[in-house]
Design a protein around this ligand. Structure first.
Ligand code: COA
Length: 674
C-alpha cells in the first residue's frame, strides 16, 4: 500500500487551483510568539525568552538560515508544512488512540425496540455509505466554500478522499498513514463488521453488483447469528489497537508471524470502514455517557474489544440505540467528518428504508469470520492492553452540556463573532476555575490552501486576560462600560488572530517548520526550542475546537495533556453544546467545575451585553485607554499570575475552587496538540 504523503495529492483536481500555503516572515512570527507568551510567563522567564528569541532572529543567525531552507521547501512542496505537521500532530505520538487522539460524533439516541432494529439501522446506514462513496469514487463531491470569517473562498477537498481509503499503520517509533490504492488490481470492496469482539468481512459488491439494503440486512443477520454461535472463546484482538502505538506495533509484529493473522489483518487494513454492532451498555443514557461510550467503548468488559482504532471510520451501532462514529484523526479534520456523517444521517431521514420493496439475492455467500492464531505471548499482550484500556475508561471525566440560555444569534446581534465570543468565554471559565491563563489551542482550518489542514489560534490573548481579570478580580472594580470595552477588545483580538490563522500566517506551524528543518539539517537544536517558554507554549491545557452541525449530533474528544481540558463546542442559533473532557487522575482539573464556570461566564457576558445594550462604536474599539491600562497592569503583575491558587490573597482567589491547588505543569512533551 502506498504511503499517504504529498505525492498522493498530485492528481488533485480541486487542490491545484488553490494557492500554496504562505510562509510568514521570521520577524513576524518571532514578534507574535513573544506577544503570545508574555502574559503566560514570569517576568524573569520572559526576559530570558526574549533574549533567546532575539539571538535566534538576529541578522545572519540560525533563524535566517532555517527560514531560507523553509522558503526553498515551500518552492518544492505542495504544502511546506504538511508532512512535518502530520508527523508532529499524529504519527509521532505514541499515546493510545481512544480518548487521547480519536474524536467521535455522537448521533441522536435511536429507539431500537428489538435486536433486528439495530441491524435495520445498520443496513440503512451502510446503504448511505455506499451511496456517498459513489461521489468519492467519481471525485464528484461539490466544492466546499468557506463560511464565517473571509467567507466565499473555495476550500481544499483532499481530506474527503481519505475517509474510506486510508489506514494508520502502527510503527515502533512513528506510525504511517497509508492509502489503499492499487494500480494493479481493483481493491476488494468490503466493510468489516465487528460483533461480540469478532470481525466479519461483509462484501458490499458481489458479482459486480452493489448489495441493496435488503441484501445488507440479510448479511448482517447472518453475522449476528454467527457471532453468537461461536463455542470457543474468541480473543478480543481489537483491544490491541487501543493500546499505546509502540505497544500495538510490537503486538502486530507478533501477530504477523502467523499466516492466518496476516490474512485477517490484511482484510481489516483494506476495508472501507468498520461497522461495530455493540452490546447494550446497561448504563443510564445521557449525552455524557454516550459521548464516553463513543470515545472508549466502555472498556474491555463492554465494547472496548469491538473496535479497530487504526481505521479512520468506525460506525458504532449500539443495541441500546447509542450510535455514532469514532475516527482515526490523522487523515482528516472534524469538519470533513461532519459533512460526511450529515450526508449519511440526512440520507437516512430523506430516503426511507428500502427493506420492504427490495428483493434480496437468495444465495449470497455468508460473510467470512476472520480467524486469529493467538499464542500465549499474544494472550499476555491482550491482557496488558485490556488493563490499560480499563484505566483509560476510569480516568475519563466527561461532561456534555447543552447551554440553552442563548446561542450564536444573540452574539451576532451584539455584532460580535460567535466563535471569538465563545473562545473568550472559555478563557473566562478557565480563569474562574484556576486563577491564571494557560496556553490554549483552537484549531482553525487552512483549507484555503493546497493540502491545507489546520493551524492554531492562540486564544489566550493578553486582551482576553484583561477582560477575564476585570470580570473576576474584585480588586479592580471596573464599571460595566469598561468591562464591555475589554470584552470588545478581547473579541477583536481573537477575531484578528482567527483571520491571521486561516490565511496561513499563524505562528505554530511556522515554528514547527523551523524546528524540523533544523532537525533535518542535523544542526544542534536551537535554544528557542529548548527554552522552557517553548514547552509551556506547546503544553495545551485548553484544547478547543468548534465543530458545528446542521443535524442533531455533536462532536467530542479527550484532553491532549494530563492536566488539561478538551472543549469542543457546537454553536446553534439559540443554544450551544459543549463537550468538556479531562482526566480524573489530574488533581488540577474537574469537568463539572469547568462547565459550571463556563455557564456562569456565559451568563455574566450576556448580562453585561444587555446592561450595556449598545451597538459597537468602532472608534472606541481602537486605542482604548482603559484597555491599554489594563494590559499594562497585567504585564507588571506576572508574579501573582504564577502563584499557586492556595497562596493567592482571598480577594484574588478564583470564584470556584477545583480539586486542589494548581501549579504550572511543564512535564514531558506527550501529546501537545490536537
Ligand atoms: N457580527 C455579526 N455576525 C458575525 C460577526 C460580527 N462581528 N462575526 C462573525 N459573524 C457571523 C459570520 O458571518 C457567520 O455567519 P453564518 O453563521 O451566517 O455563516 C457566523 O457569525 C460565524 O462566524 P464566526 O463565529 O466568526 O466563526 P467562523 O464560522 O468564521 O469560524 C473558525 C471560525 C476558526 C472556527 C473557522 O474558521 C474554522 O477554522 N473552522 C474549522 C475548525 C476545525 O477545524 N474544527 C475541527 C477540528 S477537528
Amino acid at each position: 500500500m502506498p504511503i499517504l504523503n504529498q505525492e498522493s495529492f498530485k492528481d488533485s483536481a480541486s487542490g491545484d487551483a488553490l494557492p500554496k500555503l504562505p510562509l510568514p516572515t521570521l520577524s513576524e512570527t518571532l514578534d507574535r510568539y513573544l506577544r503570545c507568551m508574555k502574559h503566560l510567563l514570569t517576568e524573569q522567564q520572559f526576559n530570558k525568552t526574549q533574549k533567546i528569541v532575539k539571538q535566534f532572529g538576529a541578522p545572519g543567525g540560525v533563524g535566517e538560515l532555517l527560514q531560507s531552507k523553509l522558503a526553498e521547501r515551500r518552492g518544492k512542496k505542495t504544502n511546506w508544512v504538511y508532512d512535518y505537521w502530520l508527523n508532529d500532530m499524529y504519527l509521532n505520538n505514541r499515546l493510545a488512540l481512544p480518548v487521547n487522539s480519536s474524536p467521535a460524533m455522537v448521533f441522536p439516541q435511536q429507539n431500537f425496540k428489538a435486536p433486528i432494529d439495530s441491524l435495520r439501522f445498520s443496513a440503512h446506514l451502510i446503504s448511505g455509505i455506499l451511496e456517498y462513496k459513489t461521489f468519492l469514487d467519481a471525485r464528484a463531491l461539490p466544492l466546499d466554500y468557506a463560511r464565517g470569517q473571509l467567507s466565499g473562498t473555495p476550500l481544499c477537498m483532499e481530506q474527503y478522499y481519505c475517509l474510506f481509503t486510508s489506514y494508520r499503520l502502527p510503527g515502533p517509533d512513528r506510525d504511517t498513514l497509508v492509502a489503499q490504492e492499487s494500480s494493479v488490481m481493483p481493491e476488494p470492496e468490503h466493510i468489516i463488521v465487528a460483533c461480540k469482539n469478532q470481525f466479519f468481512v461483509l462484501d458490499v459488491v458481489i458479482n459486480f453488483r452493489r448489495l441493496n439494503e435488503r441484501d445488507l440486512l440479510t448479511q448482517l443477520e447472518k453475522i449476528a447469528k454467527m457471532a453468537g454461535s461461536e463455542d470457543e472463546p474468541v480473543p478480543p484482538i481489537g483491544l490491541l489497537t487501543s493500546d499505546g502505538r509502540t505497544e500495538w506495533a510490537e503486538a502486530r509484529s507478533v501477530l504477523m508471524r502467523e499466516s492466518t493473522n496476516r490474512d485477517s489483518l490484511d482484510m481489516i487494513e483494506r476495508c472501507l470502514c468498520l461497522v461495530c454492532l455493540d452490546e447494550a451498555s446497561g448504563t443510564e443514557q445521557s449525552d455524557t455517557t454516550r459521548a464516553a461510550m463513543m470515545l472508549h467503548g466502555g472498556g474491555p468488559s463492554m465494547n472496548g474489544g469491538n473496535r479497530w482504532y487504526d481505521k479512520p471510520m468506525q460506525f458504532i451501532v449500539g443495541a441500546d440505540g447509542c450510535c455514532g462514529v469514532v475516527c482515526e484523526h490523522s487523515p482528516f479534520e472534524g469538519i470533513v467528518l461532519v459533512q460526511c456523517t450529515e450526508y449519511l444521517l440526512k440520507y437516512m431521514i430523506a430516503s426511507p428504508s428500502k427493506l420492504v420493496r427490495a428483493a434480496s439475492v437468495s444465495e449470497l455467500p455468508a460473510p467470512r469470520r476472520l480467524r486469529w492464531k493467538c499464542s500465549p505471548e499474544i494472550q499476555k499482550l491482550l491482557s496488558s492492553s485490556a488493563d490499560k484500556l480499563h484505566r483509560v475508561v476510569n480516568n475519563l471525566d466527561m461532561n456534555v452540556h447543552k447551554f440553552s440560555d442563548y446561542g450564536k444569534e444573540f452574539i451576532k446581534k451584539q455584532k460580535m463573532s460567535p466563535d471569538a465570543y465563545i473562545q473568550v468565554a472559555l478563557q473566562l471559565a478557565y480563569y474562574r476555575c484556576h486563577g491564571r491563563p494557560v496556553s490554549t489551542y483552537e484549531s482553525a482550518s487552512t483549507r484555503r490552501f493546497q493540502q491545507g489542514r489546520v493551524d492554531n489560534i492562540r486564544s489566550a490573548t493578553p486582551e482576553a486576560l484583561a477582560f477575564v481579570r476585570a470580570m473576576t478580580d474584585r480588586k479592580l472594580i471596573p464599571s460595566d462600560m469598561e468591562k464591555m470595552e475589554l470584552l470588545r477588545c478581547a473579541i477583536n483580538a481573537q477575531t484578528k488572530y482567527t483571520v491571521l490563522t486561516i490565511t496561513g500566517m499563524a505562528i505554530d506551524n511556522h515554528l514547527l517548520g523551523l524546528r524540523e528543518v533544523a532537525r533535518e539539517m542535523k544542526i544542534e537544536k536551537p535554544e528557542i526550542f529548548k527554552d522552557k517558554a517553548y514547552l509551556i507554549s506547546n503544553h495545551f491545557i485548553l484544547s478547543t475546537s468548534q465543530v458545528p452541525t446542521t443535524v442533531e449530533m455533536f462532536c467530542c474528544y479527550g484532553p491532549v495533556v494530563p492536566n488539561g481540558y478538551g472543549a469542543c463546542y457546537n454553536p446553534q442559533s439559540d443554544y450551544i453544546i459543549f463537550s468538556v473532557s479531562s482526566f480524573h487522575d489530574s488533581l488540577q482539573t474537574c469537568s463539572a467545575q469547568f462547565v459550571k464556570c463556563l455557564v456562569q461566564g456565559l451568563q455574566d457576558m450576556m448580562d453585561l451585553c444587555k446592561r450595556c445594550n449598545c451597538g459597537p462604536n468602532p472608534s472606541e474599539q481602537r486605542n482604548n485607554p482603559a484597555v491599554e491600562m489594563q494590559i499594562q497592569t497585567e504585564t507588571k503583575d506576572k508574579t501573582s499570575q504564577r502563584t499557586p491558587d492556595s497562596t493567592k490573597s482571598k480577594q484574588n482567589a478564583p470564584e470556584v475552587l477545583v480539586k486542589s491547588p494548581e501549579t504550572t505543569f511543564v512535564g514531558p512533551r506527550i501529546q501537545e496538540k490536537r
